[in-house]
Write a protein that binds this ligand. Structure first.
Ligand code: UDP
Ligand code: MG
Length: 334
């Protein structure tokens, strides 16, 4: 006979931006997967304009759901921060609200955590993105690894479990520009990676198009590495040295050769190339400057417009509704 293990509260944080339809399936699935655990579910509504609010509020009747609504769309990183701030659990699990993160893994996450892992992170094995997006993401993680002192495990996304210690550490980071993947790595802790295959979305569509991904990528890069700035300096130095040598060559040519008119093409091309480079360098510097601007403004990360408040945590159970939906063959779509 062994003593019953102490009761630990598990918080599940779901950032949701227009996930009304998906939430109706995801919440029962989570409760089902964590049967017997003491849980609270925190839904952070990131300025949705669809039925997300209705779906979340109706879930509060059958599940220990706390619903937070942002006053507008602040972005997933802010939504995750809000979830972390609100969570009271010994372990906090973050997962997408669209059903792409398989709930079947939750039990394994908890098992690894109870075995001593402080962060358990799902690593996406085969990305469901289009090939160009997949290529761009891969290239990006390579670049980040080359440029920064922290290593961000590639493909480790926002499907993870954080121990209370990690959550408290994350809460001490004051920065406005939040690139969560980088912050997890920055705080350290014993991390375990668990491969998984992301499922297709339960409903709705992705909010991350090329522009959003590019913006997020730039935030991450400028927040965690100054390698681009350094590269610009090195490039500038290399170009100065080259042009000095070229100047010496031109001088020699002037004295030794009578043909003085050649070289206008060199001039034209050179001018265009270097104005391009200068703009690029300026742009890069402005990125960092803009980052500082965001930080010094010290604005809050998000504004909560509505909060259903803390709920007494309850042991998760499968609701009769879900069981029926799963068992009833007439509901299988043809
Ligand atoms: N999300 C959010 N705010 C946003 C964009 C996305 O809270 O501004 C949430 C979204 O509801 C989902 C998760 O972040 O739960 C992942 O978003 P999405 O599925 O669009 O990204 P993908 O899985 O395609 O990378
Ligand atoms: Mg998704």
């Amino acid at each position: 006979m062994h003593a019953p293990r102490p009761v630990q509260l598990i918080s599940i944080v779901l950032p949701a931006f227009n996930e009304g339809e998906a939430l109706r399936m995801v919440i029962p699935a989570i409760a089902q997967a964590l049967r017997g655990e003491l849980i609270e579910i925190i839904i952070v509504d990131d300025g949705s304009t669809d039925a997300t609010r209705a779906a979340a509020l109706s879930a509060t009747a059958s599940y220990p759901v706390r619903y937070l609504r942002f006053s507008r769309n602040f972005g997933k990183e802010a939504a995750l921060s809000a979830g972390i701030d609100a969570a009271r659990g010994q372990a906090v699990i973050m997962m997408d609200a669209d059903g792409q993160h398989p709930v079947e893994l939750l039990a394994l996450f908890l098992e690894r955590w109870r075995a001593g892992a402080e962060i358990v992170s799902g690593v996406q094995k085969d990305r469901l993105d289009t090939p160009p997006k997949r290529f761009a993401k891969r290239l990006y993680y390579r670049l980040m690894a080359a440029g920064s002192s922290i290593t961000i495990p590639p493909d480790a996304g926002d499907f993870r479990l954080l121990d209370r210690k990690v959550v408290d550490a994350l809460k001490t980071l004051p920065e406005r520009k939040r690139f969560m993947k980088g912050l997890y790595s920055w705080v350290g802790f014993r991390t375990e990676l668990i491969p998984f295959v992301a499922r297709p979305r339960a409903a709705g569509e992705t909010k991350y198009g090329w522009m959003q991904l590019f913006g997020l990528g730039l935030t991450g890069m400028t927040a965690f590495t100054i390698a681009p700035l350094r590269m610009v300096s090195i490039l500038g130095l290399a170009i100065s040295v080259t042009s000095f040598l070229f100047g010496v060559y031109l001088l020699l040519e002037y004295f030794l050769d009578s043909n003085q008119l050649a070289g206008w093409a060199t001039l034209a091309v050179g001018m265009m190339f270097f104005s391009g480079l200068q703009l690029l360098a300026l742009g890069l510097i402005s990125e960092y400057l803009a980052g500082m601007f965001e930080e010094v403004k010290q604005r809050p990360l998000y504004i909560v417009a509505e909060d259903t408040g803390e709920r007494a945590p309850v042991p998760a159970r499968a609701s009769t509704e879900t069981v029926m939906a799963e068992d009833d063959p007439s509901r299988v779509s043809r």
